[in-house]
Structure formats: structure tokens, C-alpha cells
Design a binder for this molecule. Structure first.
Ligand SMILES: NC(=O)c1ccc[n+]([C@@H]2O[C@H](COP(=O)([O-])OP(=O)(O)OC[C@H]3O[C@@H](n4cnc5c(N)ncnc54)[C@H](O)[C@@H]3O)[C@@H](O)[C@H]2O)c1
Length: 341
């Protein structure tokens, strides 16, 4: 009988890239994609999985205990890979409540249903469920902000600064607690900023590409000096696959590509690529559209991940670097943005 794996949030940016990759890599798994289809979820993102025999989409909320319990029972779920979240920092500043509900309470609900399905009592796994694992996807933002030097390690104390990162930190602690209290088989990964196909246009890279092609201003927060460590989405998916299968229960793994760039460099890089691929009329350059806007409240200066543990212990390395990944990404949006294709 195929092993059933529940993937949450698989209609969003990273989840959809993951589901497409995972269903094809593991034809023996039955992959159930549970997604509420909030504004951030889009079934177009997983159109290429429709019709696969080992794939099922279920529209629903990770907070819905009855639904999640039914899915566990009906499919005898043996693995959870949990992407679903409210994910946009700006939205969390405007309306934090839904971030606590989805990211904290939703994670708690999934953990608790998994515990009841896989375990008889604290420390006692039901016979046959020894391999059943819960993998939780988190972010480097839980570690707070860095100065110009240094990196986030798995041992860096948590210091979340936005309602988004605070809610993710809360979910990470619940995952940790389910391992320490009940002995649930869990792993967690904390990843840096992702980029690539299928990202929601509210996020920096697709927003810049889309605005540029529409000749609209390219908004850059503050002076554009905030630094993020950028990882191509497929490299994140491969790392999650590796940790889900080979990671040590109870452990946390940082994922990052050592590709630190500040925002203004990202925007100028995209402009230069577009100048080559879709030149503006009259010899103008896309860079001329850059518009500096009021900085985000509480904007963290710099994130940078040290992913040595994942490389050393599980052999992971990123296949893409930023210079190659960003060209692929721009090409994808040029072909797929409805307004410019
Ligand atoms: N995007 C990044 O750069 C990044 C970096 C590190 C970690 N992460 C984490 O990776 C995960 C995925 O991020 P993303 O960028 O793909 O997010 P996204 O916003 O693109 O997608 C989130 C998905 O979750 C779904 N969802 C939201 N609430 C739900 C609920 N209550 N029940 C079921 N589904 C629900 C949405 O419909 C959407 O499809 C998140 O946990 C995020 O914290 C993201």
C-alpha cells in the first residue's frame, strides 16, 4: 500500500514547487495537498499535478480538527510536511490575528491530530508507526536581525521582531514541545528568503518584475540596504525532502544558499536582466523606475544563514546560485505573468 503524506499549503509558492517535485520523485507515495486557498493559494500553481495517480487536492483549513482527523483516518497518513502559513510580513503588521490563528493554532491542530493517530501515550509509538514523521517548515526570521557581520546558527536564540516571525517562532516551539513531551517524531527547518517560479506578486521579486513590465514605479523600502540571503525555491524543496527522509528526529536544520544581497542590488539586477530581454522604448532603462518608499515598521536589517549542519550531516548543497537562479526566475515570469506573456 502506498504511504500517504499530507502536504499543507501546497497551492502556495514553495508548497506548490514542492508538491510538483515530490509527487514525481516518489510515485509510491500518495500525496494529499491540504490548502485553504487563501488569497496566497492558487490552483494554477499545481495544475501540472492534476491527473497524477498519486496526488489529491483537498480544500480546507489546517485549523479544522474534524477535517484533519478525517484525512488522517481515511488515508492513514504516515508523514506530514507542513508549509501552510500566513507568510507576508507587511500583512502581519496590518492584521496580526490571522497569523496567530493559522501559524500557531493551525500547527498545534496538525501536531495534535498526528500525535493521536501515531501514538498510544507519551513516549509510546503505535506499532507500525515508528517511521511516521512530522516535518515543519519555518523561517530564518525567528532569529531576529543581524548586524553587518555574523550568521544565524541552529543554536542562535530566538528573537522574532514581527508578528509574522513571532507566530512562526510560536509554531516552532510547539513542534519542539511535541517532541520533548510526547516523543513525536519531528524535524524542523529554518530557511532564508526563497525566490523562483510561482511566488505571489506581493513579494519583492515578482512585484519588481511585474511593475517594471507595466512601466510602474519599483518600490524599494528605505534606502534599499536591507540584506536577505536568497535561495532558489527548488533548492529549498530538495533540502526539505532530504530532512524529511534522513534528518534526525527532534533536530532543527538551517537552510540557506550563502547568497546575501541587499534589496537595491536585487532590484538593479532584475532591471539589468530586463533591459537585455525586454528593452524599454526610447533607450530608457528600467532602473529609472526605482522609487524609494517609507521603510517597513521594525524592518530587520540583515538575515544570513549558516547551513553547515545540513551540508555536513546530510550532504545538502544548493544547486543554484543567485546569478543563475534570478535569470531562470525572470524568464519564468516573462512567460507566465498574465499581463505580460
Ligand atoms: N517565502 C519565503 O521566502 C519563505 C522563507 C522561509 C520559510 N518560509 C515558510 O515556508 C512556508 C510557505 O511559504 P510560501 O512563501 O510558499 O507562502 P505562501 O503565502 O505563498 O503560501 C501559503 C499557502 O498556505 C495556504 N494556507 C494559508 N492558511 C491556511 C490554512 N489555515 N489552512 C490551509 N492552508 C492555508 C495558502 O492558501 C497558501 O497556498 C511558510 O510556512 C513560510 O513561513 C517561506
Amino acid at each position: 500500500m502506498p504511504k500517504s503524506v499530507l502536504v499543507t499549503g501546497g497551492a502556495g509558492f514553495i508548497g506548490s514547487n514542492f508538491v510538483s517535485y515530490f509527487c514525481r520523485k516518489y510515485p509510491d507515495y500518495f500525496v494529499i495537498n491540504l490548502d485553504k486557498l487563501t488569497y496566497a493559494g492558487n490552483l494554477e500553481n499545481v495544475r501540472d499535478c492534476e491527473g497524477l495517480e498519486n496526488y489529491l487536492f483537498v480544500k480546507g483549513d489546517i485549523c479544522d480538527e474534524a477535517l484533519v482527523t478525517r484525512l488522517f483516518k481515511e488515508h492513514d497518513i504516515r508523514g506530514v510536511i507542513h508549509f501552510a502559513a500566513e507568510s507576508h510580513v507587511d500583512n502581519s503588521i496590518k492584521g496580526p490575528r490571522i497569523f496567530a490563528e493559522t501559524n500557531v493554532m493551525g500547527t498545534l491542530n496538525l501536531l495534535d491530530v498526528a500525535r493521536k493517530h501515531w501514538m498510544d501515550a507519551p513516549g509510546r509509538v503505535k506499532p507500525g508507526y515508528e517511521e511516521a514523521r512530522f516535518h515543519h517548515i519555518s523561517t530564518d526570521e525567528v532569529y531576529g536581525t543581524l548586524g553587518e557581520e555574523g550568521y544565524f546558527y541552529e543554536t542562535t536564540p530566538y528573537a522574532p521582531n514581527s508578528p509574522y516571525s513571532a507566530s512562526k517562532a510560536g509554531s516552532d516551539f510547539l513542534v519542539r514541545a511535541y517532541h520533548h513531551t510526547y516523543g513525536l517524531n519531528v524535524t524542523t527547518s529554518n530557511c532564508s528568503n526563497n525566490y523562483g517560479p510561482r511566488q505571489h506578486p506581493e513579494k519583492l521579486i515578482p512585484l519588481i518584475i511585474s511593475n517594471a513590465l507595466k512601466e510602474k514605479p519599483l518600490p524599494v523600502y528605505g534606502k534599499g540596504i536591507n540584506v536577505r540571503d536568497w535561495l532558489y525555491v527548488l533548492d529549498h524543496c530538495k533540502a526539505v525532502d532530504l530532512i524529511f527522509h534522513k534528518g534526525v528526529s527532534g533536530e532543527t536544520y538551517n537552510i540557506g544558499g550563502h547568497n546575501e544581497r541587499n534589496n537595491i542590488t536585487i532590484v538593479k539586477t532584475i532591471c539589468a536582466i530586463l533591459d537585455g530581454k525586454r528593452p524599454r522604448s526610447g533607450g530608457r532603462r528600467y532602473e529609472e523606475l526605482i522609487a524609494f518608499v517609507k521603510d517597513r515598521a521594525g524592518h530587520d536589517l540583515r538575515y544570513a544563514i549558516n547551513a553547515d549542519k545540513l551540508t555536513r550531516e546530510l550532504g545538502w548543497h544548493a544547486d543554484e546560485n543567485f546569478d543563475t537562479g534570478i535569470v531562470k526566475t525572470v524568464d519564468w515570469y516573462l512567460e507566465n505573468l498574465p499581463e505580460v506573456a
